[in-house]
Each structure stands twice: as structure tokens, then as C-alpha cells.
Design a protein around this ligand. Structure first.
Ligand SMILES: Cc1ncc(COP(=O)(O)O)c(C=O)c1O
Length: 451
């Protein structure tokens, strides 16, 4: 890590690409081992959720390791088109089209299907969507239905806004999908917001989804796939413990048991792992610039960027990342708070009080201190924005891609430089050669005459 810092400086974002393939392979291995133990007969399809990191270097890596793609919006489908055109993705590879579908997303699905991308599998989110799709589909296409799961009791609402309520799904199949000339029900989709956890809530929701699956499977012979969504966690602290192999086994055991009891075939399983695929591939490196002591107890180590803009999940949803000093490990330590460069009082990083306070090598002005936040590869760029204009105009980070080279060394290449001021000012309309030719539209002011 210090070599990277010496070579490329901080603040720095790195992506170590080999982790992506390694994690896909790990999940496939857990599935196959679990399937053997539980005598599960369905196949496994690993999908990657592009929303967790849309970068081409990630989708490319994912496809090289045999994963399928899940999309969430119209522009995502333009990524699919691009990948197919470049020969990185097969024209008939299954693409799970999830999410609520406004007109542009729905139309893009239909257009791509017309253009011959035949594996698109829209997951029906609501009845209106089904009506539009069913009225306009002219080509054979598999569809799925997403179950609206019940939220954990601590949530502000009971039922997820995504998907269709349990009681609507059988009637939708019987009254509409069953006899549709082009659309075939292939998949039931189930995803709980809080992820795949060994909790009574998760097992209860899975159980309800499986009850529905077997009921539907009995009347719908084309239903061969169960999609259990994403939510496989990544290590977010050194104390993190999660038995991945056990969870795979426990899930397959439940699915096999339900299907055997109901005498229906085991489904093919689809997962849509975003964080798990790409989270561990990313790290964000900072230098401590200065220490401010505001009273006898609080020491603020100021970093050379912003948490709000580079690790937005750390303030928005209080997500914790694995954090370690990169140098001076054998030095004395002190308890600190970490402060970001924006003027926002929320731009700081502190672990949960009294549980995991941050201890770092003692600040010394003449001995630079560097920090690494690890497993930051998922969602941070998409939520904080890549390029663009950030809070207090804190520039986007320099980003380095790292791959394993043949002789045991690492090959590093710059994906983007630290965001230059000209780019930011240009986006804000301060472009000296402003060539914005858009035509002004004048709207007539309506006169309201009081009678
Ligand atoms: C439908 C769906 N599938 C998969 C995922 C990926 O979740 P994760 O990144 O936790 O694996 C999400 C995340 O929001 C999602 O909405």
C-alpha cells in the first residue's frame, strides 16, 4: 500500500481487479459444495448487479468470470448493448431487468429484444408494467415476477415498495401471463433489503417466498428459476464474521425441502450480488494532513479529501468500512476522530461510540500518516458520483486499476486522474468557450383577471 502511495500520492482510489473473479469463483464453489451436501439439483447462475459499480473495467471482469448481468435502468441497457457489440457478452446471455420501469426503460427492453438480444428477462414490478409490456411485446421473452417482501419490523414501512404483493402473483399468472403468446413466466424474484442474514426475519421471508414458489410451480411448468437477489455481506470490520458456506447450505436445504415436500422440481438459483462481487476490490487511501485539538479529549485528524464525497455511505447510512493505518504501525497510538475537508459537520468518520473507537498512530507533523479504507468498491462512486461537481468542490479522486502481472508483480494503470478544476468549472457553466447553443423558450405569462 505504501508503494502505491509513494507512486501515485493521495487521496487515491484503487481497484484491485482480481478480487472480482475470485469472489465469483468463491460463491460458485460454496453453491456447488452446498448443493452436493443437500442433494440440491438446480443449477446456479451468478448475476452481477451493475448498479454497485457501472465501470467498464468491472463489467468486463465480471463477464470474463462467467457472471450474468442484472440491470436497473434504461442506461444500463445501453451498457448491455455496448458489451454485446464489443463481443464481451453473448447476444443470448440472460440479462435480468429489475427495478421499476419508466417508459424509457420499458421501451429499451422491447427495442433491444427486437434487435436480437434475446436473453432479456424483465422482472415485473407492478401490474401497470405488466400491462404495458404484454401489450407491446412481439417477440418471445422470459419474464419474472418480483415479490414485495415484508420489511423488518424496525423499518418505517411494512412492505417493500418494490415488487408485487404475495396475493397478486398467482392471479397475475393465471389471468394474464399463462396465455400470453410471447411472454413466458420463468422466474420468481425475492430480495430482502437487509441482505442474506442468519436471522429469524430472513428465514421467515424466505419460507414465505418458497411457499409461493411451490404453489406457482405446480400450475406453471415454465417456472424454473428462483432469484434470491443480492445482499451477501462483505467484511466491514476486522471483527466481521460470516459463515458464507453455511448460509449457502442453509438456503439450499430450505429450498430443496420445500420443493421435495411439494413434489416440484428444484429450481435453478439466481443470485444478484453487487457488494460481494466488487466491494472488496476497492480501497480509498488518504493522508492525515493535520491534527486539530478542540478540547482536552477530542483530536481531529483532518484527511486530504472528504468522506461525504468519496465514501458517501459512511455518512448517509452509517456504513463502516475496514480502516487501517498504512504506515507507522509500530508507533504509539491515540484515539482520534477523522475529519473531511468539506465544511459540513457531518463530514467525519468515527466508529460506533464505545465499541470500535478509532485508534491511529500518534499524529506527528514531521512523520506523514496514511490511512486506507478497504472494501469500498461498491456503490461509493455511483452515489458520490464519478466526475461531476461535489460538495465544496472537493475533486474526484485519482483512480488506479491494479492487476496481477505474470511475474508475480502488480500492473497498475491510471483509470482517471484527480479531477481537474477546469472540468468542474466547465460543468458549472464557467467554460470560457461556452458554446451552449440551446434555444431559449419563452413561455407566455398567463394573465389572471379578477372578476
Ligand atoms: C434487486 C436487487 N438485487 C441485488 C442488489 C444488490 O445488493 P448487494 O449489493 O447488497 O448484493 C440490489 C441492491 O440494491 C437490488 O436492489
Amino acid at each position: 500500500m505504501m508503494k502505491l502511495v509513494e507512486e501515485f500520492g493521495t487521496p487515491l482510489r484503487i481497484t484491485y481487479l482480481p478480487i472480482v473473479g475470485k469472489n465469483i469463483a468463491r460463491a460458485k464453489r460454496w453453491f456447488h459444495e452446498a448443493a452436493e451436501k443437500t442433494q440440491f439439483r438446480g443449477r446456479y447462475n451468478y448475476c452481477y448487479v451493475t448498479k454497485s459499480s457501472h465501470f467498464h473495467h468491472i463489467t468486463s471482469e465480471v463477464l470474463k468470470h462467467g457472471a450474468l448481468i442484472e440491470t436497473s435502468s434504461a442506461y444500463d441497457l445501453d451498457i448491455v448493448r455496448h458489451l454485446v457489440d464489443q463481443g464481451e457478452m453473448k447476444q443470448d446471455a440472460r440479462v435480468i431487468c429489475n427495478g421499476f420501469k419508466p417508459e424509457n426503460y420499458l421501451q429499451r427492453i422491447l427495442d433491444l429484444r427486437e434487435e436480437g438480444i434475446s436473453g432479456l428477462t424483465p422482472i415485473i414490478d407492478n401490474l401497470d408494467e405488466w400491462q404495458k409490456l404484454s401489450a407491446r411485446a412481439t417477440q418471445p421473452m422470459d419474464v419474472g415476477i418480483r415479490i414485495a417482501t415484508e420489511e423488518e419490523p424496525k423499518f418505517a414501512f411494512y412492505t417493500s415498495r418494490l415488487g408485487l404483493g404475495y396475493h397478486r402473483i398467482l392471479p397475475l399468472y393465471q389471468d394474464a401471463i399463462k396465455d400470453h403468446p410471447h411472454l413466458t413466466l420463468r422466474m420468481l424474484h425475492f430480495f430482502v433489503n437487509t441482505g442474506i442474514r442468519d436471522t429469524a426475519y430472513y428465514w421467515n421471508e424466505l419460507n414465505k417466498a418458497l411457499d409461493l414458489y411451490v404453489k406457482l410451480r405446480k400450475i406453471c411448468p415454465t417456472l424454473t428459476a428462483l432469484n434470491i437477489g443480492g445482499g451477501l455481506p462483505t467484511k466491514n470490520s476486522l471483527a466481521f464474521e460470516y459463515d458464507y458456506a453455511y448460509m449457502f447450505e442453509a438456503i439450499l436445504e430450505q429450498v430443496a425441502m420445500k420443493c421435495d415436500d411439494a413434489k416440484v422440481p428444484h429450481p435453478d438459483i439466481y443470485t444478484e450480488f453487487g457488494s460481494f462481487t466488487v466491494g472488496e476490490a476497492g480501497a480509498t487511501l488518504f493522508q492525515v494532513l493535520h491534527q486539530k485539538r478542540q478540547n482536552d479529549r477530542e483530536r481531529w485528524n483532518m484527511i486530504d479529501s472528504s468522506f461525504m464525497t468519496t465514501l458517501p455511505d459512511s455518512w448517509a447510512v452509517n456504513h463502516r468500512f475496514l480502516m487501517l493505518p498504512l504506515n507507522r504501525w509500530m508507533d504509539s497510538y491515540e484515539r482520534v476522530f477523522l475529519g473531511g475537508l468539506t465544511c459540513d459537520s457531518d463530514d467525519y468518520y468515527n466508529s460506533e461510540q464505545h465499541i470500535n473507537a478509532i485508534y491511529l498512530p500518534t499524529f506527528k507533523p514531521d512523520q506523514p500518516l496514511f490511512l486506507g479504507f478497504f472494501h469500498t468498491g461498491a456503490y461509493q462512486d455511483n452515489i458520490g458520483g464519478h466526475g461531476g461537481v461535489h460538495h465544496c468542490l472537493i475533486p474526484g479522486l485519482r483512480h488506479i486499476l491494479i492487476e496481477d502481472a505474470e511475474d508475480g508483480t502488480f500492473e497498475c494503470r491510471e483509470f482517471c486522474e484527480s479531477q481537474p478544476s477546469t472540468q468542474v468549472l466547465g460543468l458549472l457553466g464557467y467554460d470560457a468557450n461556452n458554446t451552449n447553443q440551446s434555444v431559449a423558450i419563452r413561455l407566455q405569462r398567463e394573465e389572471h383577471v379578477e372578476s
